[in-house]
Design a protein around this ligand. Structure first.
Ligand SMILES: [Ca+2]
Length: 181
């Protein structure tokens, strides 16, 4: 192949890539393409492609838990200053989803996790529930399904409430993964 035809080939590839990029941008403009895919495990470390986890406050992240999903867990007992729990939390956004599964580990030092949702379109917020993560023995891969009140883009905040089951020795909460539903 001559250098001329190689260049032609490169131009063709560039043109194709540009067209694909335009196509992707075009799809992104529609509401459907912005939907968070359902059923994909989203790991708490945030490397999963469709949900970005954001951590505020004091969290510890570890990849030393072989029995957790992808071997990773993040935990905190940092209680938010705001009662609606947005300043010290793990947060992520969902769109077009009506629920998500919250995976965590239950243990003897776990407390209550508070879950709050904020509608990014209307600004409404709602407390979705509280999860008691206490267990006398350590149980990895536990999950609870949380209903989401809006299919519009919604940010979910999960934070430590600072309260616990009477038998628990501490108020830590953790996140292992979420699965949008
Ligand atoms: Ca994990």
């Amino acid at each position: 192949m001559s250098s001329r035809s190689v260049k032609t080939g490169q131009v063709l590839v560039k043109s194709l890539m540009a067209a694909l990029a335009l196509g992707t941008l075009g799809m992104g403009a529609t509401a459907e393409a912005a939907c968070t895919p359902a059923g994909t495990i989203q790991d708490n470390t945030g490397y999963s492609p469709d949900v970005d986890f954001t951590y505020t406050g004091a969290w510890t992240h570890s990849s030393s838990f072989p029995n957790a999903l992808y071997g990773t867990l993040s935990w905190t007992k940092d209680v938010p200053n705001h009662w609606y729990g947005m300043d010290k939390a793990v947060s992520f956004s969902l769109e077009c989803r009506t629920a998500f599964d919250y995976f965590y580990s239950a243990a003897y030092n776990r407390g209550h996790a508070t879950i709050v949702a904020v509608n990014n379109v209307t600004g409404e917020w709602r407390q979705l529930g509280s999860v008691d993560q206490y267990s006398p023995t350590i149980e990895y891969g536990k999950s609870v399904r949380i209903s989401v009140p809006w299919t519009q883009r919604t940010t979910i905040y999960i934070s430590a409430n600072g309260t616990k089951h009477p038998a628990s020795i501490d108020t830590y909460i953790d996140i292992d993964a979420i699965v949008p539903r």
